[in-house]
Design a protein around this ligand. Structure first.
Ligand SMILES: Nc1ncnc2c1ncn2[C@@H]1O[C@H](COP(=O)(O)OP(=O)(O)OP(=O)(O)O)[C@@H](O)[C@H]1O
Ligand SMILES: [Mg+2]
Length: 227
């Protein structure tokens, strides 16, 4: 199993009030799966994705990535695991506006310090072509449409070939045509190249394309049975 979340709980302690955001979450993800977390606003989708991706920490339970329990790791070890193993796609793209498209996309490889600049440049061109943005290297994010910016974010998430891509509402800021194109691209990368995705969404169109859908409600996760 690539990922196994076991009995994960998380409470936010904001001021005097404690808020239980995740209750006893159990979910397993195999390599090559395409999984969606659905659920209303505030149900805990972002919190769960952030805990899996080591951007936030659960309070109790386990998160095994390739049999290693991330909950037992120190922050410095988690930073390394995050750099190596996860790709992130966010609702608002989170590109650096002052950097070019190439500089945005190459950043995860630069952080890993394993490749020469020539290798990085060639990886950037091929990944940009893969997401339909050939020859866009020198543009800036704000010269692109929302759909194109999200493609840049997908390229950035993919470039280091992570074990798992976590996408938090990747289509929520896009119109339906661009949203569908982004999901189609993710689906194609999943089917043709075996990239594993976990994403959250409110969007019914996105859900229809997912292999498995889990519904979240008040911090609980329940697998949706297909009819
Ligand atoms: N830093 C925080 N401190 C306190 N409470 C928080 C914090 N972050 C989130 N919460 C609360 O935890 C709950 C789950 O939030 P989360 O952002 O995970 O929901 P979500 O399902 O992603 O919602 P949306 O669909 O609106 O993005 C919400 O009730 C939210 O108010
Ligand atoms: Mg959210």
């Amino acid at each position: 199993m690539l990922l196994e979340v076991k009995n994960l709980n998380k409470t936010y302690h904001a001021g005097k009030v404690d808020f239980v955001a995740l209750r006893n979450i159990n979910v397993s993800v195999k390599k090559g799966e395409f999984i969606a977390f659905a659920g209303p606003s505030g149900s805990g989708k972002t919190t769960l994705l952030n805990c899996i991706g080591c951007l936030d920490k659960g309070e109790s339970g386990s998160i095994f990535l390739d049999e290693i329990d991330l909950m037992q790791k120190k922050p410095v070890e988690l930073a390394q695991i995050r750099k190596e193993s996860f790709g992130f796609i966010f609702q608002t793209y989170n590109l650096f506006p002052v950097l070019t498209i190439a500089e945005n996309v190459e950043m995860p490889l630069k952080l890993l310090r394993r490749n020469s600049q020539e290798e990085i440049n060639s990886a950037v061109s091929s990944i940009l072509a893969r997401v339909g943005l050939k020859n866009m290297e020198n543009r800036k994010p704000l010269e692109l449409s929302g759909g194109q910016q999200q493609r840049v974010a997908i390229a950035r998430a993919l470039i280091k070939k992570p074990k798992l891509i976590l996408a938090d509402e990747p289509t929520a800021n896009l119109d339906s045509k661009n949203g569908e194109a982004v999901v189609d691209l993710m689906k194609e990368l999943n089917e043709k190249e075996g990239v594993t995705f976990i994403f959250s969404s409110h969007d019914k169109m996105v859900m229809k394309r997912a292999g498995k859908v889990y519904n979240m409600h008040d911090g609980e996760l329940v697998k949706q049975e297909r009819l």
